[in-house]
Structures are given as structure tokens and as C-alpha cells.
Design a protein around this ligand. Structure first.
Ligand code: 4NP
Length: 157
């Protein structure tokens, strides 16, 4: 058994929609079940580095009682694969980029978020950026399911 503290990094494209919501949902779930874990999020792209989450992502988080306005986008780095025990992709294109970026022998587990959800392995969380507000409700539902399943997995359940 590894004695290291778990640390989870959620990664999407821009780090302004899906991964900040996954980070927030997972933090809430970890607090709820008393799981000690480090949590962060990042994007594969650099377009939005330094920006807060999309206002529609902030709005959906607020509707479910979570504040994400303080988050600032950053780009994933090769070091992240040794700083985090779990590097979690929000969709397949992100997963492909992560596998390319990952240094050989880096210890992190690299998977899709929905791989942790029974019956949803291989599915991505759809990108809500170019759609309407209802897309963000679907994103919230998906990241909440993924966060609960991942927290259970890390807790050993
Ligand atoms: P995210 O959404 O990956 O969930 O943060 C996107 C945000 C921005 C862009 C694409 C997806 N973009 O192309 O700028």
C-alpha cells in the first residue's frame, strides 16, 4: 500500500467550464465523507490561463451551493503527473493529450472521470462551452456522479 496522501487533478480543455466544476463537486464530496485529499484542476490548452471560470459554470455551481469564482485557469504540466496520484480527464480528447504529455514512468493513474462510474466507462463529459445554459446542468450532473464514484474509490469503498 502506498502511504502517500491522495491528490487529484481534473483536466479539461480550457479549465474554465468542466474541470473547475469537477474540482468543486469532488471537494464537496471529499468534505462530506471526511476524505483527506489534495484537489486541483487544469486545462490542456493555454487560451484561458489566468481567467476565472466561465460565468455559466459559476452560475451552475452557485445554484448547487458551491462558489468557484476564485479559481484561475492554468495549463497542465509534465510535473503534474508526479505531483498528483490521479490525473482525471473530462473527455477522450483530453485523455489522448494527457497520455502524450505524461513522462515515462510517472506514477499517476490517468483515466476518464466517468470510468469510475458503473456503466459509464469510456464516456466523456460533453463540452458545454459552445451551447446554452442547460448544457451546464448536464455537466454538473455528470461531474457530481464522477466525483462521488472517485471519492468512494479513493476511500477504499
Ligand atoms: P472546458 O470548456 O474545456 O470545459 O473548460 C472549454 C472552454 C474553452 C474552450 C473550449 C472548451 N475554448 O476553445 O476556448
Amino acid at each position: 500500500m502506498s502511504p502517500e496522501k491522495p491528490a487529484v487533478l481534473f483536466v479539461c480543455l480550457g479549465n474554465i467550464c468542466r474541470s473547475p466544476l469537477a474540482e468543486a463537486a469532488f471537494r464537496a464530496e471529499a468534505e462530506r465523507i471526511g476524505l483527506a485529499v489534495e484537489i486541483d484542476s487544469a486545462g490542456t490548452g493555454s487560451w484561458h490561463v489566468g481567467e476565472p471560470p466561465d460565468r455559466r459554470a459559476q452560475a451552475v455551481a452557485r445554484r448547487y451551493g458551491v462558489e468557484i469564482g476564485h479559481c484561475r485557469a492554468r495549463q497542465v504540466t509534465r510535473d503534474d503527473f508526479s505531483r498528483f496520484t490521479h490525473v482525471v480527464a473530462l473527455d477522450e480528447s483530453v485523455l489522448v493529450t494527457l497520455h502524450r504529455l505524461r513522462p515515462r514512468g510517472a506514477p499517476a493513474e490517468v483515466k476518464l472521470l466517468l470510468d469510475y462510474v458503473d456503466g459509464r466507462a469510456g464516456e466523456g463529459v460533453a463540452d458545454p462551452y459552445y451551447g446554452g445554459d442547460d448544457g451546464f446542468e448536464i455537466t454538473w450532473a455528470d461531474v457530481t456522479s464522477g466525483a462521488a464514484a472517485l471519492a468512494r474509490r479513493i476511500a477504499g469503498g
